[in-house]
Design a protein around this ligand. Structure first.
Ligand code: ZN
Length: 425
């Protein structure tokens, strides 16, 4: 409105100026804008809805019902079977009409008459896009992606119970909680937090038309656990996103790829393999390393022993929790190493047992199992990016980035429950 008025004013001044110049052959000073801006706007602005001028049309909103398809919705709004057929053909290369799902929102743009004949239907499969089915003049189908705006946000909180509870108390998305816990997974055991531990985050929020549709990257994070402070700064050195501490070291600690000196890999992780003892197909959720009996088995990373005992199938085995995400398990040992029992802290590379064939095993081997977030994954395929520090070439840039991030994180007020916009922080 203001812009229109201003534009009108400029045009008015132009006309008036030219006229007066012609009359007096001399330019006059421009009048105060307020004097002209009161002129009424001659053309009312049209109401646009998905690109349609809808001032003289009706909008009918609905949600797709179970087993309802496009033609059913359209037939109810006086669209002929012929038009629907035409539309289905036009839709083919753009949007498969069979993908129209229950509970999704649609809007019909209808004539404002007693029949309420539909002119177009706008289907919204998600908040990131919508599909226009137009059938008034010519049948066409268009898929439109909404503009995603990245907004930097900051938040902070004090733990009373768990990180997830403290974050959801502030209406923060579970994805932010997960991403945050992932960053500090090697430093902090999020299952054993103390009341009073504190967090701060600078993150990207993906916005569509003023509404958050998801979390982008975490750019900087801070955690204070039991009085100890940790910072995490986002940097991509070309190997994908990574987080570094104030010294420029990766927050991730590398796990050893192999827990022993082995002769060969006798069986790989697979969803289905022929079991040599059971003589039937069965999933094998581990990697078998054939090795000489008595070969020392080492923990692939620092951690705490959670299980160390004999099992009918596993034989003598040890399970180690490395952090809130990763655990590893070592099966069929001839013997568990001395002092290895639940609760024992182990270092990376420490011997925890010796190769054998106890339990359901044939031949001396280690069955090595890798757990991520409670699920077994292929140890040889688990995606652990390298945990190298900030490279020499990136050092100077990193120092600048780090100072700025640490500064911003320090400025976030801790006890403020309200979410602050990153502006000025
Ligand atoms: Zn195995």
């Amino acid at each position: 409105m203001w812009k229109k008025a201003a534009a009108f004013f400029v045009i008015a001044i132009g006309f008036a100026g030219t006229y007066l110049y012609k009359v007096w052959q001399t330019p006059i000073p421009a009048p105060e804008p307020e004097q002209v801006a009161v002129e009424p706007d001659p053309v009312p602005e049209p109401t646009l809805f998905y690109g349609y001028v809808v001032d003289s049309l009706d909008l009918v909103e609905g949600k797709v019902k179970r087993n309802q398809n496009l033609s059913e919705i359209l037939l109810k709004h006086n669209v002929s079977g012929e038009t629907i057929h035409e539309l289905a053909i036009a839709a083919k290369p753009v949007y498969d009409v069979r993908r129209i799902l229950p509970r999704k929102k649609y809007t019909l743009i209808c004539e404002r008459d007693s029949l309420q004949t539909a002119r177009a239907l706008v289907y919204e499969p998600n908040r990131l896009e919508y599909v226009i089915f137009n059938f008034s003049d010519s049948a066409f189908v268009r898929r439109v992606e909404r503009k995603v705006e990245i907004v930097e946000k900051v938040t902070a909180g004090t733990i009373s119970n768990s990180l997830a509870v403290s974050m959801s108390d502030q209406d923060l998305s579970p994805q932010l909680t997960n991403d945050f816990a992932d960053i500090f997974a090697w430093e902090i055991d999020f299952f054993h937090l103390y009341p009073g531990d504190q967090f701060k985050v600078i993150y990207e929020d993906k916005m569509v038309e003023g509404q958050s549709v998801g979390i982008g990257r975490i750019l900087g994070a801070y955690f204070q656990h039991d009085g100890e402070e940790s910072y995490a700064i986002y940097l991509d050195q070309g190997n994908g996103p990574d987080y570094f501490d104030r010294e420029g070291n990766s927050l991730r600690k590398q796990l050893l790829k192999y827990p022993l000196k082995f002769n060969r890999i006798s069986s790989r992780y697979s969803g289905r393999r022929y079991h040599p003892v059971l003589k039937r197909y069965k999933a094998h959720r581990g990697t078998d390393f054939a090795a000489d009996r008595g070969t020392p088995i080492r923990s692939v990373g620092e951690g705490v022993v959670t299980e160390a005992r004999y099992g009918k199938y596993n034989g003598n085995y040890v399970k180690i929790k490395h952090n809130g995400i990763y655990s590893t398990q070592y099966l069929h040992m001839s013997k568990i190493a001395k002092g290895i029992r639940p609760g024992t802290k182990v270092k990376q590379g420490q011997t925890i047992g010796y190769v054998g064939s106890t339990g359901l095993a044939r031949g001396n081997h280690l069955c090595f199992r890798f757990w991520k977030n409670g699920y077994q994954v292929d140890a040889l395929n688990v995606n652990l990016p390298p945990s190298e520090p900030v490279t020499y070439e990136n050092r100077i840039d990193y120092e600048v980035l780090k100072d700025r991030m640490v500064n911003r994180l320090n400025k976030i007020p801790l006890d403020s429950k309200e979410k602050l916009l990153a502006k000025g922080v």
